[in-house]
Design a protein around this ligand. Structure first.
Ligand code: DGL
Length: 276
């Protein structure tokens, strides 16, 4: 039978590139009834090494694109955009142009989960240079628990490693050992994988961090928090269409987006070109 809501709005998911497809995969798995629109800014990725000003400008353009395409709610799957642009988007851009729309990020869901899991209040964060230098994870953790200690590692080699497919243990494990050693020395009991791409390295990260460290992989956490958000916000939920579809846009339409994107999403995708 046709859904009475098949003409409603969709959920937008934005990332600087392919990585957010890994987050979208978990969201679709958890919430398969809704319709999704993914935008990856592959023409301008990576964001992780850019200035706050540029990240904000790119993110604002992406949000405009997704709202113009009929999104009701946008998830910034990109940690760098969530850290460097989300607050200003919510405070300025939405207030001025889209007061009835919502934009949510991935930092707070990951932090809330981490606070539930840590026993010793010593937490690690692995992320891009941009996310680390924004201090967003530290701020959100210490807002919730002042005495919590946060140890961060910027891991600039991991995104290129994942995107190049050069992720064999001989290449990945030494890099992970180098990045994680200072965090593990601090006796952390919880480690946030604070970048879209790191979920794909979860097993390798586990083998370096050891079983005693609880890993927060964002895909599952964000999907669960979104499900919870929609339950708590029926006024948003009832506007969403229920055809169970997904459309994919990229700012640079290449074969690579199709192949790598399919790997991140877990099944083949047919992307289209977006002009921001
Ligand atoms: N999507 C970015 C993040 O989660 C990683 C890739 C990039 O640097 O653009 O921080």
């Amino acid at each position: 039978m046709e859904s009475p809501r098949n003409s409603g709005s969709v959920i937008g998911v934005f990332d600087s590139g392919f990585g957010g497809l890994n987050i979208l995969k978990e969201i679709v798995h958890r919430l398969p009834r809704y319709d999704y629109l993914y935008l990856g800014d592959t023409a301008r990725t990576p964001y992780g090494t850019r200035s706050q000003e540029v990240i904000y400008k790119f993110t604002e353009q992406a949000i405009d694109f997704l709202f113009q395409k009929g999104c009701e709610l946008v998830i910034l799957a990109c940690n760098t955009a969530s850290s460097e642009a989300l607050r200003k988007i919510q405070q300025d851009h939405l207030r001025e142009f889209y007061h009835d729309k919502k934009v949510l990020g991935v930092i707070i869901p990951a932090v809330e989960e981490a606070m539930e899991r840590t026993k010793n209040n010593r937490l690690g964060v692995m992320a891009t240079e941009g996310t680390v230098s924004s201090g967003a994870f530290v701020r959100e953790i210490q807002k919730r628990r002042k005495e919590a200690m946060v140890f961060q590692a910027a891991c600039p080699l991991l995104v290129p490693i994942v995107e190049s497919g050069e992720d064999s243990p001989e290449i990945v494990l030494p890099v992970l050992r180098k990045y994680l050693a200072p965090l593990l020395e601090e006796n952390i009991d919880t480690l946030i994988l604070g970048c879209t791409h790191y979920g794909l390295l979860e097993e390798q990260i586990r083998s370096v961090a050891g079983e005693k460290v609880s890993l927060i992989a964002e895909g599952r956490v964000v999907a669960e928090k979104l499900a919870d958000y929609l339950l708590r916000h029926p006024e948003v939920e009832r506007k969403l269409s229920l055809a169970g579809g997904a459309e994919f846009f990229t700012t640079d339409l290449t074969d690579r987006f199709q192949t790598l994107g399919g790997k991140f999403f877990g099944r083949p995708i047919s992307p289209r070109k977006a002009e921001l």
